[in-house]
Each structure stands twice: as C-alpha cells, then as structure tokens.
Design a protein around this ligand. Sequence first.
Ligand SMILES: Cc1cc2nc3c(=O)[nH]c(=O)nc-3n(C[C@H](O)[C@H](O)[C@H](O)COP(=O)(O)OP(=O)(O)OC[C@H]3O[C@@H](n4cnc5c(N)ncnc54)[C@H](O)[C@@H]3O)c2cc1C
Length: 397
Amino acid sequence: MVLLASLGLRTARFGFRRNRLAYPPIQQLRAVSLQTSVSSISNANTNTNVNIMTNKSKKKATFDDNTERWVMRSLVAVTTVVVGLNIYWEIYKDELYPRQLSLEYYNFNKFPLLAVIPVTHDTSLFRFKAARQIPEQEELQKAHAKDRRNLTLTTNELVPAPNHIIIKDDTCQVGRAYTPISYSRDYFDLLVKKYPDGSVSSMIHNLIPGKDFILARGPILSFPYTENMADHIVMIAGGTGITPMYQLIKRILKDSTDKTSISLIYGSKTEADILLGNELQILAQKFPDRLKVNHVVQNISSNELPALTRVAVPADNGGDANKTGLTNLLAHRGLIDEKVLIECGVPRPDENPLVLVCGPDAMVEYLAGEKRAENNQGPLKGVLAKMGYTTQQVFKF
Ligand SMILES: Cc1cc2nc3c(=O)[nH]c(=O)nc-3n(C[C@H](O)[C@H](O)[C@H](O)COP(=O)(O)OP(=O)(O)OC[C@H]3O[C@@H](n4cnc5c(N)ncnc54)[C@H](O)[C@@H]3O)c2cc1C
C-alpha cells in the first residue's frame, strides 16, 4: 500500500515535470505578455510605477501558478493512488477477504476449517465455513424432480438426504466421500474417522482450524429416497457408516407427511466408539413409535452391557423398551449377524422393508455381499440374502 501510494506521488511529480517541459510555462507566458503591454504604454518616467505593478502582477501570477500546480499535483496523486488501490484490491481481494463459497455439484470450492472437536480416539467433528445460498425456484424444482443430483446447497430442509460431498486431497488428486451430519446457514459439519495410512482422512485430521481449508464439491445424492417409499426401513450401520443413516433419520422424522418406521442396528467396536449416541437417543425418545435404536457393541463385557442398556431403559420397566415407550435404545454384544437382526425384531422379507447398509467393506460384504463400485451394487449375498431379502429391498452405500 505504502509502495503504491509513493508510486502515485512520484508519478504525479514526474507527470507534472513532463508537463512543464511539454508546454510553455504559464508564468513565463504571462511575464512576456506583461512586459509587452507595459513597454507599449509606458515611457522612462513611469518606469518605477510599472516595475512596482509588474512585481505585484508577478507575485499574483506566481501565487495563482503555485495554487494551480498544487491542485494539479494533488489531483494526479489522488487519481493515481485510487487507481493503484483499485488494481491492488482486484489482485489481492480473495486473499485479503476470501469469498465465502457454497457447495457446488461440479466445482471444488475452498471451505475454511473453523473448528475441530474430538469425539472418539480416532474420530473428530470438523466444522467448515460455507456460504448460505437462497435457492432459486428452479433449483427447488430440481430438488423434487427425478434427477436431483445437481442441486446447489441451501439449508438443511432443502438438501435431499441422504447426500454426501467429495473432498479432494490436492497433493495426490484423490477424492473421498463424506456425509455431512448437518448443514447450517454458515457452515457444515463432518464426522471423520482417521485411518493411520488413509490418504484423505489423514489430510483432514492434519488441518489447522483458522488456517487451513478443504476442497470439496457436492452435495451428491447417495440414495434416491422418497417419502413413504417403504413402511419400514431397516438401517444397518457400522462406525462412520452411521452418518448417512443419521441424515436420513432426521429427514424422515422431521417430515410430518412421512410415516415410515425405522429400525437402526448400529455396530461399534467399543462403547466409547459409538458416534452420535446422544443425538440418536434424543430422537428415539422423541419418536418412540417410529425409531428404534439398537447398539451392537463388539468389545463389551457382560458387566458393561447392562450399563449401556440402562442409559436408555429405566430399571423399573424390566428392561423392556417397548413397554414404556420411553426409549428404544438397546444394546447387544458382538457383531451384527442374523441372530442379532432377529433379536432386534427387523421386519421379515415378506413385510417388504427397505434395508440400507453402510459401514466398513468387510461388514457390508458379510451382510449383503460386496458393493462393486459407486454405481454398481453387486449381487445381494451374505446374511441378508440368506434371510430371504431381495436385491430390490437392499441398498449398499
Ligand atoms: C457415500 C460415502 C459416505 C462416507 N461418509 C463418511 C463420513 O461421513 N465419515 C468418514 O469418516 N468416512 C466416510 N466415508 C468413507 C470415506 O469416504 C473414506 O473411505 C475413508 O475416510 C478412508 O479414506 P482415506 O483416503 O483416508 O483412506 P484410504 O487411503 O482409502 O485407506 C483406507 C484404509 O485402507 C487402508 N488401505 C489403503 N490402501 C490399501 C491397500 N492397497 N491395501 C490394504 N489396505 C489399504 C489404509 O491403510 C487405511 O487404513 C464415506 C464413504 C462413502 C462411500
């Protein structure tokens, strides 16, 4: 800035000097004309008076010239500084005041990291700053049309769930999907598990709040859910696989026209690894007839198990969540398998539920067969196929 200002002043001075060279100096012209007129009307006797008058005029002329010069210089200096500042602003405005961008389907935009909150030993909540966009009518229509993929992000209600975004590691051009657990006016939140050798998850965990940013695009519809598409949805999740389920649970329970009931069977390694436990418990308590949450904890002793169950089910109801309707949070030990699914009371295949599966590859494969690619579900195999569910009834995230 200082450089530009001094450059402006120098240019002003230089410009003025050039002016003096290019055009006859005003005071010289005036002096010449004064002398001419004086000599034509004067004689030797009036020399003294004339000299006095000429000196006065000279003084006045010098005063006018100085003022004019000062005004000119100031004008040129101010103009140069203003132009310089404008150029500087145009070049550096994004760095001085980074524009807040919203998520876009096709473009990777920058989202500054605002805060990190550790949730478990390997998973943290990351809050990224993002601009709110008021959707155009056309965009809202798109949201309700069949192809809802190209939707500019707006507020929570307007983003069709379940959706995910793609985060790119610019150093190696690798992109991974992440499911925002909330979209807000000015930010979105992600729950990200750190894999020690994981490319993108490690990159995210190494970001510094207030300094670093991610490159992300989306939201992308993960599953084309429509209201009441099934009477009952069975959601089977493992680890961070809870995130799309949580999005969809919120969407379904918020929508008064949606009458779908949900059974969530959520597998975690230990009780400490359970993600969004409180949020799920609150929702289960608020909607006891529509949401049943079953925790399946791999490493939990028999002593600990009642403790987890007790969190949700008061001791005086004999451990039967359905009896009081106070809550539907129950715990099981081990891995999710056929026995656990039956214990959780999931609807039989002939009751035509929708079954959604999201979790580690090994878990998905064990329960529903391998998901081959982003757009290739692969054949239904594993536990769910054995139990009689059909390909049409099961979706793997
Ligand atoms: C729709 C969708 C939504 C998702 N939402 C979330 C979410 O909300 N939160 C979340 O945390 N995750 C989510 N995921 C998972 C996420 O996309 C990434 O897969 C995860 O973060 C790991 O990516 P990474 O680049 O860190 O690890 P990668 O580099 O892919 O590695 C993952 C693991 O595999 C191991 N590995 C890598 N390469 C090999 C190899 N060649 N052989 C053997 N092992 C290998 C690594 O050591 C590491 O442990 C979602 C996935 C999908 C598809």
